[in-house]
Design a protein around this ligand. Structure first.
Ligand code: SAM
Length: 299
């Protein structure tokens, strides 16, 4: 899909089928281009973007393999491919990301929710289950798109959730998601630092705070550099937000309550120490890749 060329030169003349940019042909071209730039899995991403432009699901692409794109479709697709090659996450380009099987709207105002974070949701649900508490109160600090808060509210219909963020922009996205999922009656939002104006006690406090070392940010993949710095920057040693968050969260826990924090794979020892220093009993959980991913603190 040479950017200088397209199906139509405006002359409307039919072209031999071999020259047409069919679904099949643009997918192959784009997947190769993505693979060259090490965008994996290249084919899947090419399909996600094309399905978005053609307003069909990915399976339908295969049924429409020989269908040529019209000039407007080709132009729209070309634009997305260009932005993807420049590093914008696919989730921003199509405006959505699935998390915990929930369709979430996302854009550049929020972190793209990660699969790793489902480990935090699983851990949180297990802690709630073990506590035996009915109608638990949950606090999600730094909710971003609302991913964790909404996954918990969806899975625990008896729960009520307060979700905070220091970013008003992020909270707008989270609120749209809560309403779209019909969860806005049980998930409320508060703007501000850490717990913001939320008052305890909470049976569970969860957070996936920014935890990347400030000095490491510049070297990260292009995708990450398109995400809000506020969502990623954990200060000089990556622990700046944990240091302030853990004592605040511990102070908001109900008796028998627990804190569950996502961590970077190298941070288990340091975050556990902070959790213990706040008077909680620390424990670490791993993700699907067997990397340390969650630190729990039980009161
Ligand atoms: N919870 C979402 C998720 O897991 O996909 C977003 C996590 S993102 C890594 C961290 C979020 O914390 C961002 O939305 C950011 O705006 C927010 N944040 C950063 N510092 C904060 C603070 N001091 N108080 C509250 N939220 C903060």
């Amino acid at each position: 899909m040479n950017p200088e060329r397209g199906n139509g030169g405006g002359d409307g003349a039919a072209r031999p089928p071999g020259e047409l940019w069919t679904v099949q042909r643009v997918l192959t071209w784009t997947a190769n281009k993505f693979a060259e730039r090490d965008k994996q899995p290249a084919r899947l991403e090419a399909e996600v973007l094309l399905a978005h432009v053609l307003k069909m699901n990915r399976v339908s692409l295969y049924v429409n393999y020989e269908r040529p794109l019209d000039p407007a479709e080709l132009a729209a697709y070309r634009e997305l491919v260009k932005r993807r090659l420049a590093g914008e996450p696919s989730a921003y380009l199509v405006g959505k990301q699935e998390f915990w099987a929930l369709p979430l709207a996302v854009d550049a105002r929020v972190l793209v929710p990660r699969r790793d974070t489902e480990t935090l949701v699983e851990t949180a649900l297990e802690l709630l289950g073990n506590s035996g508490v009915v109608a638990p109160r949950i606090l999600d600090i730094g909710t971003g798109s609302g991913a964790i808060a909404l996954a918990l509210a969806k899975t625990r219909p008896d729960a009520s959730v307060v979700a905070t963020d220091v970013s008003a922009d992020a909270l707008e996205v989270a609120q749209v998601n809560a309403a779209a999922l019909g969860l806005d009656d049980r998930v409320s939002f508060a703007e501000g630092d850490l717990a913001a104006s939320a008052s305890g006690p909470f049976n569970l406090v969860v957070s996936n705070p920014p935890y990347i070392r400030a000095g490491d940010l510049a070297g990260l993949m292009a995708e990450v550099r398109h995400e809000p710095r506020l969502a990623l920057d954990g200060g000089a040693d990556g622990l700046a937000v944990y240091r302030r968050l853990i004592p605040v969260a511990a102070g908001l826990l109900a008796e028998g309550g627990a804190l569950a924090l996502e961590i970077g794979a190298e941070q288990a020892a340091e975050v556990s120490a902070l959790v213990s220093a706040a008077g909680l009993t620390a424990e670490t959980r791993r993700d699907l890749a067997r990397l340390d991913r969650v630190v729990i603190g039980r009161k």
